[in-house]
Design a protein around this ligand. Structure first.
Ligand code: IPE
Ligand code: IPE
Ligand code: MG
Length: 253
């Protein structure tokens, strides 16, 4: 179930705050990174994959359980065909190269987003990655690929409507938790922190439902430069925030 409420264990004020359970990242700035070096945009995307590897390695060491990364949006189809195909090629190469190791390290991989419209080979690879890691529980890597928050919500509404039409769901019983089960993130807790690199201050259609109470951390670093130290800075920023979930400050009388 996609937990929508506040984690029960947080906010009492005693001791250091625990690591965020779920960190979501909008990996942005590959193009600018390349441009600054006189390189083609694809070179920035390639270096971006290396940053992803570093981040996936660092996250569990920092106590994070779930990492969700935005790697291709439903709007990114508006880019030139050559760039789109370079991005698809990089996803394919990443999964092909890292799947075995991630699987053996106990990482469960899930790919969020619209599966229809993906090239057949990519869809097959994504299915394989999910299948071969489905039993893993030590770390959860969610790759948002061909993902848009609105598109995901619309698909969830369609699934819910289908369930109603089949007589399997009473519309009055559709609460936030039940609705969360129709989303691609079913079973994944909501992100505690949402990081965006490259100095842009927007969500760009990422996790619109799930990020309702995420702490938003915007960083100037360009994604290809991201690493475990940058992730630590993002977590430190999260620790500086006071999460109230609509209630009063813990210090308030
Ligand atoms: C992020 O880098 C990767 C994707 C969106 C696929 P960009 O390609 O958006 O890089 P900038 O924003 O142009 O620098
Ligand atoms: C968001 O970045 C999508 C990904 C990181 C995959 P964009 O670069 O596509 O977002 P905009 O266009 O700046 O909003
Ligand atoms: Mg961008």
């Amino acid at each position: 179930m996609a937990g929508s409420g506040a984690p029960a264990s947080e906010g009492a004020g005693a001791g250091p705050l625990p690591a965020p359970r779920h960190v979501a990242i909008i990996m942005d700035g590959n193009g600018r990174w390349a441009k600054a070096r006189g390189l083609p945009r694809a070179a920035g995307h390639e270096r971006g994959v290396e940053a992803l590897r570093r981040t996936v390695e660092a996250a569990p060491e920092l106590g994070i359980k779930y990492l969700t990364v935005f790697s291709f949006s439903t709007e990114n189809w508006r880019r030139p065909a050559a760039e789109v195909s370079a991005l698809f090629g990089l996803l394919k190469a990443y999964v092909q190269r890292d799947l075995k190791r991630l699987a053996s390290e106990g990482v469960r991989i899930r790919v969020l987003g619209r599966r229809e419209g993906l090239p057949r080979d990519i869809a097959a690879l994504v299915d394989k990655a999910e299948r071969e890691t489905a039993h893993n529980t030590s770390f959860y890597l969610n790759i948002a690929f061909n993902y848009g928050g609105r598109e995901e919500i619309l698909r969830a509404v369609q699934k819910a409507a289908d369930a109603v039409a089949r007589g399997e769901l009473d519309p009055a019983a559709l609460d936030e938790a039940r609705f969360g089960d129709f989303l691609d993130t079913a079973g994944i807790p909501d992100p505690d922190v949402l990081v965006r690199t490259s100095g842009e201050y927007r969500l760009s259609n990422f996790l619109l439902w799930q990020a309702a109470y995420a702490e938003l951390v915007f960083m100037d670093i360009l994604w290809p430069d991201f690493d475990g130290e940058a992730l630590k800075r993002a977590i430190a920023e999260y620790h500086n925030r006071e999460r109230r979930f609509g209630a009063l400050s813990s210090g308030a009388a």
